[in-house]
Each structure stands twice: as C-alpha cells, then as structure tokens.
Design a protein around this ligand. Structure first.
Ligand code: BGC
Ligand code: ZN
Length: 369
C-alpha cells in the first residue's frame, strides 16, 4: 500500500513509498484494530522532520512514515476488542508507552523520563500518511460521528488540553484558584485552539499574533469572544496593563525569546504554559534579576508541556463537541486547506506556512456518506 515516508536525517526526502499492509496479528492479545485512514493534518513538526531537524525511523527501518494528526474509520477488530466496532471513527494517541519509565507503565507516556520516546509519524513509530494502520484498541479514541468533518483537529486540540489541564493541576497548590484572565501567545492552530479551550472554561482571553488585523485568524479569535492584539503594535506589557493581570499565559508562537517577556507579564500566582517545540539554537539577553524577583515575589509558575495522554484526548473530544455547540462552524473554519489523496502531499507541504493558511490536511480517502 502507498505511504508518504521520509529518510530521517536526510533533508527533503519526503516521497511516496510502497509498504506492506499491516496485520491484526501485529498487536498482541487480539486487541488489534484495523483503521482505514481518512484524513491527516500536517504541522510544523512534519516540516521539521522533512528538513531533517527532527524525527527518527523505527528500529530496523531506514524510513519513517509521516503523519501524526490522524483521523480514520475502523474496518476490523480483534476478538478481544469490545469497545470499538467497524464503522466507528477513531483517532490514535500519538505517543506509545514503550519506554521504561514508571510513566510509561501507568499509560502516561507523555510524561516519560526516558530520553527516547515513541511517537507515530515523529519518532520510532510509523505515522498515518498511508492507506491503513493497525493499532491496539488501548491507543485509539472514539470520535462521535457529529465531529467527523473536524475530527482531524483532535490531535492539536489534545496539545492544548494537556497544557491547560497541567495549569489547573499545578494550581491545586493554591487552596482557591479562580482564574479570570488569560493571554494566548500565537494565533496559529494551537493558539486558536488554546483560545477556545480557555474561553470554554469561562476565562477572558487575549490572543496575540504578529499580523495586522483584520485577517482570518484575528476574525476567528474575535468570533468566539476573545480579543486579538497585534504584538507589533501592542506590547505584552500594555496588554497586561489593559487586559490583565493574566492568571494563565499559554505560549504557542514557536519563538522562544517571547517566553522571557511573558515571564515578566504574568500575574501573581499565575501559570505560564510553554508548548512550542523549538529545535533551533536561538539566544536571548534578558533582565534576569527583574524576572527572577517577580517570579519569586509573585509565587509564579512556568511549566513545559508536550504531547497528550488518553485523558487529554477524551477531554479534547468533549471540548470540540462543546465548541460545535457554542460556536457552530468555528472549528471547520480552521481547516483552511485540504488536498485530496496521498499523491497531493507535496502540495500540502507547499501550503504549510503560506499566507492565509491555518490547518492543511490531506483527505486520504473520501468519507462514505
Ligand atoms: C505533536 C506532539 C508531539 C510533539 C513532539 C507535536 O507536533 O503534535 O504529539 O509530542 O510534536 O514530538
Ligand atoms: Zn503536531
């Protein structure tokens, strides 16, 4: 069957490959599920992998099948699978608990302390840019059919669910925490979804982007009741003065120096959530004493967050359903660019990062109505 693969470490190596069909027997305990791939979203991580800045092939393979934002339909299940059946829509959890840390053993591989990690389409496990895959039912999450058309947005939604959940978990240190105001840095897919997730929890949200409004992303921010600011015109300091103090700042710009600025404009007892995977080697000079003093005197927290576990996926499904109810049609507006068929992948890569593009996805196979 066809697949889009790269040779990790070799820049620009994305190509159409022919790989063997997986078998239900690949999964032990008769827990295998055969999933027909319907749609796969792409993001900056795929670009970095194709640029040879990131990514690893599975052991014994010289190539890696790309794609970690999958959406598919169940075709066949093993004898011991009772929670899924043919025709169910599913999304696979990206990271697999194959490491040795205690977190792998309790199905929280997103918190692994191992140096190596196993992620579909990213690290040591093939991804979903192919016709079908076989995965254990333990690592699949069922998607209601009402969310079918936006199901491909679940994986990026799980990233913000984990980050926001981490913030609330950490704040249990305070006997009472009623966050009121949040800032989201970045207005790309993750920034927009974080804006949604924070609004759904009742916060007032300011979302900062680099572009002059109005444009699609600023429209999307304002359409659900958040406030858009252009950081070329309004500084974070001014934003904090006018819209803060910020109980949460969610960083999703991909630009690491902004972290130190965000540290300076976080409210007392606040949480700064960092979600950008920055593979470069950027340096920044910062007012270290002032930042440190503020953090100490303000009892502030900064937390890094990566990947997502099953709970975050399930919460993502619920928030997407709630979003469809409260903001009908909003999620679909994030799906700006669709290409049809695996053979259109080069076009999808060209679109990534182009003006006006939010989420690019490949419709691998048509939905059967
Ligand atoms: C993916 C995450 C993954 C992270 C680091 C992101 O693009 O969405 O699932 O953990 O990259 O590899
Ligand atoms: Zn991703």
């Amino acid at each position: 069957m066809k697949a889009i693969a790269v040779y990790p470490g070799k820049a620009g190596s994305a190509h159409m490959a022919d790989i063997p069909e997986p078998s239900l027997e690949d999964i032990p305990g008769e827990r295998g599920v055969r999933v027909k791939v319907l749609a796969v979203g792409l993001d900056g991580t795929d670009v970095e992998i194709n640029a040879a800045e990131y990514g690893a092939a599975p052991e014994g393979s010289d190539f890696l099948v790309l794609g970690h934002e999958g959406f598919g339909v169940v075709e066949e299940v093993g004898k011991r699978v009772t929670e899924l059946s043919r025709g169910d829509y599913v999304v696979a959890i990206v990271r697999q608990p194959r490491g040795n840390s205690i977190y792998d053993r309790i199905d929280m591989a997103d918190m692994t302390t191992d140096d190596t990690y196993f992620e579909h389409g990213i690290s040591r496990v093939h991804g979903f840019l192919t016709e079908q895959y076989v995965e254990s039912a333990d690592h699949l999450v069922k998607i209601p059919k009402e969310l079918r058309d936006v199901g491909v947005l679940l994986e990026p939604t799980t990233i913000i669910e984990k980050g926001i959940t981490q913030a609330y978990e950490i704040q249990r240190r305070l006997k009472v925490w009623r966050p009121k105001r949040a800032a989201v840095l970045g207005a790309g897919t993750v920034g927009l979804l974080a804006t949604m997730g924070l609004l759904l929890r009742g916060l007032e949200v300011v979302t900062a982007g680099l572009d002059e409004p109005p444009y699609l992303n600023s429209d999307l921010v304002e359409a659900i009741g958040a406030h858009y600011i252009n950081t070329k015109v309004v500084s974070l300091e001014e934003a904090a003065r006018d819209h803060g103090p910020f109980d949460i700042i969610f960083e999703a710009t991909g630009y690491s120096p902004i972290v130190f600025e965000a540290m300076q404009h976080l409210g007392k007892n606040g949480v700064l959530v960092l979600s950008s995977v920055t593979g470069g080697d950027r340096k920044a000079e910062v007012p270290a004493d002032a930042i440190n003093l503020d953090f100490v005197l303000g009892n502030k927290v900064m937390v890094g967050t990566v990947n997502a576990n099953r709970e975050n996926f399930e919460l993502g499904v619920r928030d997407m359903a709630l979003a469809e109810y409260q903001y009908p049609g909003w999620l679909a507006r994030l799906l700006t660019d669709r290409v049809d068929g695996l053979s259109s992948c080069p076009r999808a890569f060209e679109l990534l990062g182009s003006e006006g593009v939010i989420k690019v996805y490949v419709q691998v196979a048509p939905f059967d109505d």
